[in-house]
Ligand binder design. Structure first.
Ligand code: DCM
Length: 125
């Protein structure tokens, strides 16, 4: 599973989940499942095109791998917004947050461990 940290002007894009019921309303780094034969960058480009209507590039790792209960691993990447304005095509809402707001918003549990690393990127380190 791949998730994207998209940072523009010192703010990180978060997306609000609609499903499953226990995660609905919580915020996440957008992303999804890499399909067979896809690189992480390919998967992020496809997922973000489908979910947000944007084009991205790049993909340096951020933070540690998060093991999921089903045996898969969730991995975050910093990507650059190349074109488009994100639209919530598959989420309830979108928000751009600064470092302080990132600490206050209700993130999905799997993404919470990335906050310190994300803050370093938001603060320009
Ligand atoms: N997931 C997560 N954090 C993300 C992206 C995904 O915890 N930033 C988890 C939530 C689901 C699983 O991955 O358990 C599948 O996500 P989806 O339903 O979006 O395909």
């Amino acid at each position: 599973m791949v998730a994207a940290a998209i940072i523009v002007d010192g703010r990180l894009l978060l997306a609000q989940r609609t499903r499953p019921p226990e995660l609905a309303g919580l915020w996440e780094l957008p992303g999804g499942k890499a399909e067979a034969g896809e690189t992480a960058e390919d998967a992020l480009r496809r997922e973000l095109r489908e979910e947000l209507g944007i084009e991205v590039s790049g993909g340096d790792r951020i933070g540690d791998d998060v093991p999921l209960p089903d045996g898969r691993v969730l991995r975050a990447y910093r990507v650059e917004l190349v074109s488009g304005t994100p639209v919530a095509l598959d989420h309830a809402d979108l928000r751009w947050v600064d470092g302080r707001e990132l600490g206050e918003i209700d993130l999905v549990g799997n993404d919470r461990g990335w906050v310190p690393d994300l803050r370093l990127h938001l603060n320009g380190w």
